[in-house]
Design a protein. Structure first.
Length: 155
């Protein structure tokens, strides 16, 4: 049987509520590494991509440049990442510092605990269903834009 969506139930609102709840869940675990999930995600991308241009990083993470800059500020202030000259005089790249790599390594353990805990709460089957639905939805929403996929943290 196909269910119908309530006309007054805003999909964006439901997704934002879920995103905030999931972010709070990860933030609780990552607090031991003094990071938020947004910061951990950014560090993970920089760790995987290596020194990377800001434009490419923003595209891979599917965010605009101003959001990327705002999210980078705490990591720059804590000296977990640094900016360096890019391939040409007008561009800059971001790279992880030694302290950033150490913090990220510690945070990966906390992230794994958060991930396992979330999977237990929702059930592995539901998580797989959720990923499938979200993947399909992202593909449909980005069909006209050709947005690149982000980096998924390796297990």
């Amino acid at each position: 049987m196909i269910k119908s969506v309530k006309i007054n139930e805003c999909t964006n609102l439901v997704l934002r509520k879920l995103t905030r709840a999931v972010s709070r869940h990860y933030d609780r675990y990552l607090s031991s590494a003094q990071l938020k999930i947004t910061q951990y995600t950014l560090l993970s991308h920089v760790a995987v991509l290596g020194p990377v241009g800001l434009g490419k990083l923003a595209r891979v993470m599917e965010m605009d440049a101003s959001t990327l800059t705002r999210n980078m500020r705490p990591l720059l202030d804590q000296k977990l990442i640094s900016l360096c000259p890019g391939l040409d005089a007008r561009s800059r790249s971001v790279e992880m510092t030694g302290e950033g790599r150490a913090r990220w390594t510690t945070a990966r353990l906390a992230w794994r605990e958060a991930q396992n805990s979330l999977h237990e709460k929702l059930s592995p089957e539901r998580v797989c269903e959720l990923h499938e639905i979200l993947g399909h939805s992202l593909k449909a929403m980005n069909k006209d834009h050709g947005s690149p996929r982000g980096i998924c943290d390796a297990e």
